[in-house]
Ligand binder design. Structure first.
Ligand code: HEC
Length: 117
């Protein structure tokens, strides 16, 4: 039984899963420390700069992770910030505020909403 499970586990590893990072285009403008929070808390699912830890490379976790990232990027991608509507940008920053940081956002410029102290 264990041998069968082991064989299945090994076989799973050969199912291809896309854990690539497309190139980042336009990033949100924010102070370094705000950006660090976003990078730490959000970028793994909401940017093209996903850090893929080793356990994300092991099926079936890799499938779940890849699915999460795909979904996350689809809804909100900080790496393609300029392609979001102002509404979506504000919504994203409201979500980020829940991480409890004291930055403000201002809507200006061709790159849209940016975070300031
Ligand atoms: C583990 C992956 C993951 C992390 C980390 C993550 N998200 Fe998400 N997020 C998702 C997924 C998947 C969705 C889409 C499905 C849903 O709405 O639940 C989503 C949806 C959203 C939406 C809604 C977008 C829309 O158009 O509906 C916002 C805004 C958002 N996330 C902001 C954030 C912010 C800000 C952070 C960091 C503080 C963050 N998320 C961290 C996976 C993640």
């Amino acid at each position: 039984m264990a041998a069968v499970a082991g064989a299945v586990f090994v076989a799973l590893q050969f199912v291809p899963v896309d854990t690539s990072n497309p190139p980042a285009t336009v990033d949100i403008e924010a102070p370094a420390d705000v950006k660090e929070i976003l990078q730490r808390s959000c970028y793994d699912c909401h940017s093209n700069e996903t850090r893929w830890p080793w356990y994300f490379r092991i099926a079936p976790f890799s499938w779940l992770a890849a699915h999460d990232v795909e979904e996350g990027r689809e809804h909100l991608n900080f790496s393609e910030w300029d392609q979001l509507s102002t509404e979506d940008q504000v919504e994203a920053m409201e979500e980020a505020w829940e991480e409890g940081d004291d930055f403000r956002v201002v809507a200006t410029g061709p790159r849209g909403v940016r975070a300031i102290r």
